[in-house]
Design a protein around this ligand. Sequence first.
Ligand SMILES: Cc1ncc(COP(=O)(O)O)c(C=O)c1O
Length: 376
Amino acid sequence: MINVFQPSLGKEELDALQQVFESNWIGRGKKVVEFEEKYAKHIKSSKDLVLTTTCCSEGLFSSMHLLDLQPGDEVILPTISFIGAGNAICAHGAKMVLCDVDPHTLNARAEDIEKVITPKTKALLLLHYGGIPCEMDEIMALCRKHDIKVIEDANAGVCSFYKGKAVGTFGDMGMWSFDAMKILVCGDGAMLHFNTPELRKKADRWLYFGLETKSGYTNSVAQKWWEFDISSFGHRAIMNDITAAMALEQLKKLPAYMKRRAEIHQYYNEHLRQFSWIALPPVLPDYVETSYYFYHIQIKNGKRDEFARFLRENGIYTTYRYFPLHRVPGYGVTGEFPNADYAADHTLNIPMHQSLTDNDLEFIIEKVREYDTICK
Ligand SMILES: Cc1ncc(COP(=O)(O)O)c(C=O)c1O
């Protein structure tokens, strides 16, 4: 089966792991600090604004506490969002207010967000769909005007920039995921970004039980270093040197991954445009850089599900991200989201990862051609 997403791991990661084993320290240590420093540089930010954690979902849940959101506060979320984002808002007792999206990029636009702003709106939890940057100039201006905090879910946008600035670094808080299906992978892990060092410090405590002092050798207390106080009933969600060592190797490989992903994107564009029932992903403005995380097409003839089944039966796995939250019965949300409905019923994410071979790509196009003759 050709996978829709797939990590690339090799000898470099194994060697790095061996070094961690030999160091006799596998918890949070030097490798985590090094990864934070290097990732901060990669996103053109600074190390006092970033912090690793166990996963991006932890970042989503923690954002509610870190940004002082209160029960009953309204948080706007594009209906095409990751389920963890919806859960984070609802679990906190805040009110999830969904907005519609652009039917083709699947990103929320300022006009979609503006329609659902009320005096109770306190935050926006924005998704950069598949690493495609949202229109940040307009969105940030709107949020500043209404004093709305911005949380960016840039989970797949490891190499996504808007006018030269990394997505995830515009808002009060942003985050990237390094789970098993992302581009930069380390098993599980994430990077958080904050707009002030103070917020980063608050997060640092929150993600380690709310402890005021660090345990271990880094503790500077001269005596009774086992005594402590807490500033919050915080979590324990820290990265360790095993995952950080892998992440550091992956970070070095990002340019090569991006080159291959761009080639695949281009190959699909060239070979799929001949099928009139397929709409290609939108052409992005030249002031953005994407991470090519998804290659999402839209099936215009109403046969998306049949096409997905045909590909699957022929060894090609596809999927659709993300099932709109207004259709998840457990949230009990009502309202009209026509663009998101269109996207959810027509979009298909086809295989996109740097390990796809030229043979894989030719095979995929051959099968699409075969389906084209059948469906006519
Ligand atoms: C858009 C989006 N946000 C957040 C997450 C959560 O990431 P993690 O798996 O690191 O918790 C995911 C995971 O797939 C995602 O797709």
